[in-house]
Design a protein around this ligand. Structure first.
Ligand code: FAD
Length: 449
């Protein structure tokens, strides 16, 4: 027998949950299919456990700095097992709350994976079938693996959260945000960290701000190797060693290797071929501005589409889609322009809008950049000399702000409000006309020459 619904959602991660909740609110009969935990990557293997580690790392650093202010206690190391329990309890509360809310919303949660057998029908792991005029693919992505010898000797980001002790020497292979974040937080938690990237660090973020972060990473004792080409991992006498073809030599030994070499979309087992859903060259589901695929009634959103792989993007895309399909809002869709994002490095780095290079490419001579470098008060007090960097990228006579780039403590919390302002089309003079809040780091953004 085939049960029927108004909407079937594949995957209860950030995007799938948001779609299901919003569609149910509009009165749709929704089935949400998920073989693993509610909450997906973000809650269990991404943002949440990562941020918990980042917070622990922050407090480790602050314990040290506090002694410079006169606090007597000598900081001790983190008890990883205790920390893991505390973090697990927090995540369990999120899980429970999702389950309660889904029940209240009337969403039918089916704890199984599914694949398409027709454009409006999916088959579950137990062989039963579900049918709906609309199916949303929100199956996310997983850590990419490499076909190189010894890959299994290393960890992927999912595994880091299961560690119950700090590895002494860690190599992180990759140069994206996940590699950079783990480099910072593992270093702050006492590991010796080497980061091995192929190209530049954090491609897509403003080059000058990334360079300033690199200098701070260097100051923290993180060794960054750029232009590496890791071809194999081997177990040596004193740990894991990596063959780096770029220097025709080995690197290491290390106690742990983290492969942070990208993410692969979960599309292979969905039966998309049979129903003719188009994928892009990297296996992502191809979607248009409405989150529609090339097959009528099949939609996709979140990491499986490869477009801005961030939780709030998946959530916003899901809500807009549900508003359009079931809420009578015919024009609802996510505007993918000017999406802010933050790298939880040490210190955090954020961007919204165009980088300086992107702006110059688009607007040439019309670009004007304002920047401020300063030592935040908390750092200056404890004798740290490192500087925050803030950049405004402006365009034209009226200096419309087209990019904001921040590096420094508090950048993660500061950027959200300024992202609203940028999206509203503010000009430099609007910032000049805003009275500063003193003494803060954020005031620098309204006090630039
Ligand atoms: P997911 O959350 O991956 O959910 C997909 C779900 O689909 C999974 O639960 C999976 O089990 C299920 N599924 C798979 N196949 C099937 C099937 N056949 N049938 C049914 N269900 C299926 N983003 C941020 O915004 N901020 C951060 O700080 C941040 N940090 C991150 C740190 C790490 C280490 C990682 C890995 C990611 C981070 N992200 C962050 C990205 C964020 O986690 C993702 O963008 C977000 O989870 C994407 O949501 P999604 O719904 O597309 O997919």
């Amino acid at each position: 027998m085939t049960a029927s619904h108004d909407l079937i959602v594949l995957g209860a991660g950030s995007g799938g949950l948001a779609t299901a909740f919003r569609a149910a609110k509009h009165g749709a009969r929704v089935a949400l299919l998920e073989p693993r935990e509610l909450g997906g990557t973000c809650v269990h293997r991404g943002c949440v456990p990562k941020k918990a580690m980042w917070i622990a790392a922050q407090w480790a650093q602050e314990q040290h700095w506090a002694t410079a202010l006169g606090f007597a206690a000598q900081p001790g190391p983190l008890d990883w097992r205790h920390f893991r329990d505390v973090r697990a309890a927090y995540i369990e509360r999120i899980d429970r709350r999702y389950a309660e809310r889904l029940q209240q919303a009337g969403v039918e949660v089916v704890p199984q994976a599914a694949h398409f057998v027709a454009r409006d029908t999916v088959e579950l792991a137990d062989g039963s079938r579900r049918q709906a005029p609309h199916v949303v693919i929100a199956t996310g992505a997983r850590p990419r693996t490499l076909e190189i010898p010894g890959f299994d000797l290393g960890l992927v980001s999912d595994d880091i959260f299961a560690l119950d002790a700090a590895p002494r020497r860690v190599a992180i292979v990759g140069g994206g945000y996940i590699a950079t974040e783990f480099a910072g937080l593992l270093r702050a938690l006492g590991c010796r960290v080497e980061l091995l990237a192929r190209g530049r660090l954090l491609a897509g973020f403003d080059a000058e701000v990334v360079q300033a972060l690199r200098e701070q990473m260097h100051g923290q004792g993180i060794v960054v190797h750029l232009g590496t080409d890791v071809r194999a991992a081997r177990r040596g006498d004193d740990g894991i060693v990596l063959d780096d073809a770029a220097v025709a030599s080995t690197r290491g030994p290390y106690d742990a290797v983290l492969w942070a070499v990208g993410r692969s979309p979960n599309t292979e087992s969905l039966g998309l071929d049979a129903i003719g859903v188009t994928l892009d060259g990297k296996g992502h589901v191809a979607t248009d501005v409405w989150q529609d695929t090339n097959v009528a009634g099949i939609h996709a959103l979140g990491d499986v589409t490869g477009r801005h792989a961030l939780t709030p993007v998946a959530v916003a895309a899901g809500r807009a889609l549900a508003d359009r399909l079931f809420g009578g809002q015919r024009d609802a869709r996510l505007d993918y322009d000017n999406i802010p994002s933050v790298v939880f490095s040490k210190p955090p780095l954020g961007r919204v809008g165009l980088t300086e290079d992107e702006a110059r490419e688009r607007h040439g001579e019309a670009v004007r950049v304002h920047r401020s470098r300063f030592t935040p008060m908390a750092w200056a007090l404890v004798g740290k000399r490192e500087q925050s960097l803030m950049k405004l990228v402006c365009v034209g006579e009226d200096e419309r702000v087209v990019g904001i780039h921040l590096l420094g403590p508090g950048a993660d919390e500061m950027l959200q409000g300024f992202a609203v302002a940028l999206k509203r089309g503010i000009c430099k003079r609007d910032l000049d006309a805003t009275v500063a809040i003193h003494p803060t780091s954020a005031e620098e953004l309204v006090l630039m020459d």
